[in-house]
Design a protein around this ligand. Structure first.
Ligand code: ATP
Length: 219
C-alpha cells in the first residue's frame, strides 16, 4: 500500500490569508498530498515580537478559512481520480505549558511518532526557508521531512539563492521548489490594512473577516 503523504504547514497565521491557502493548494496538487495540517505556532522564537492575535483566535481563524465555502477554490480538485487533499488545523505546535518557545523540530518529531507510516513533508514560503539555518536543528529538520518550498514575490527561488544554506547533496534532494505561487500578500500588510480600515477583499476568507470584525482583532 502507498504511504500516506502528509504535509505539516507551520506558521503564525496571524491571520491566515490567501497566500497560505494558495501555497497549500499548489503543493497538494504538485506533490499529491493526502493531507495538509495547518499548525499555528504557539510562540515563534524567530519573529520579532509575539503574535498579535491569541493562539485560540489564530486556530479559530484557520479552522474558519479551511471550512468556509469561500475557500472552495483553494481546495484541490482531486485530479486523476485522486481524492482531494484534506486540509485541517493541527494543534501540534500549541503553546507549551511552561511558556517556552516552540520549535518546528519538536513538532515534526511528534508528528513522526503520531503517524509512523506516513511520508512527511513540510511546507514553507521561500522567505522562511531561506532562513532555515537560524532554525533549531536545521539538519535534523531536513531529515525529519521533505521540504516543499514555495516562491513568494520578492523572494525568487533559484539554486543561487539556496547556496548560503550550504545544503549537502542529500539534503538538497529533499527540498522541492514550487515556483508557481505568486501571491503578493502578507499577514503584516493585512494587519496594517485592518488597522487603517482598508478593505481586504479577496485576501481573507469572508468567514475570517467576519471573525476579525466580531472579535475586534488587529485594531
Ligand atoms: P507576516 O507578514 O506576519 O510575517 P506571513 O504572511 O509571512 O506573516 P506566516 O504565518 O508567517 O505568514 O507564514 C507561514 C508560512 O507561509 C511561511 O512559511 C511563509 O513563508 C508562507 N507564506 C506566507 N505568505 C505567503 C505568500 N504570500 N506566498 C508564499 N508563501 C507565503
Amino acid at each position: 500500500m502507498e504511504r500516506m503523504r502528509v504535509a505539516f504547514f507551520g506558521g503564525t497565521f496571524d491571520p491566515i490569508h490567501r497566500g497560505h491557502l494558495r501555497l497549500a493548494t499548489a503543493a497538494a496538487e504538485a506533490f499529491a498530498l493526502d493531507r495538509v495540517l495547518f499548525a499555528p505556532v504557539g510562540n515563534q522564537p524567530l519573529k520579532r515580537g509575539a503574535a498579535i492575535a491569541s493562539y485560540a483566535d489564530r486556530v479559530a481563524m484557520a479552522a474558519l478559512a479551511l471550512d468556509s465555502p469561500g475557500s472552495e477554490d483553494a481546495t484541490p480538485s482531486g485530479e486523476q481520480g485522486r481524492p482531494a487533499a484534506r486540509f485541517s488545523v493541527s494543534t501540534l505546535d500549541a503553546p507549551r505549558a511552561d511558556g517556552s518557545a516552540n520549535y518546528t523540530v519538536d513538532a515534526l518529531a511528534a508528528l513522526a511518532v503520531e503517524l509512523p507510516s506516513a511520508q512527511i513533508f513540510t511546507l514553507a514560503g521561500a522567505d522562511s526557508f531561506l532562513d532555515l539555518r537560524r532554525w533549531r536543528s536545521s539538519d535534523r529538520l531536513l531529515e525529519l521531512a521533505e521540504w516543499i518550498v514555495a516562491s513568494r514575490p520578492e523572494f525568487p527561488l533559484t539554486d543561487d539563492r539556496l547556496a548560503p544554506l550550504a545544503l549537502t547533496g542529500a539534503q538538497r534532494a529533499r527540498v522541492h521548489l514550487l515556483t508557481t505561487v505568486h501571491e503578493a500578500v502578507s499577514a503584516t500588510e493585512l494587519r496594517r490594512r485592518l488597522r487603517d480600515g482598508e478593505p481586504c477583499t479577496g485576501l481573507l476568507s469572508p468567514a475570517v473577516s467576519a471573525y476579525i470584525e466580531a472579535h475586534r482583532l488587529y485594531r
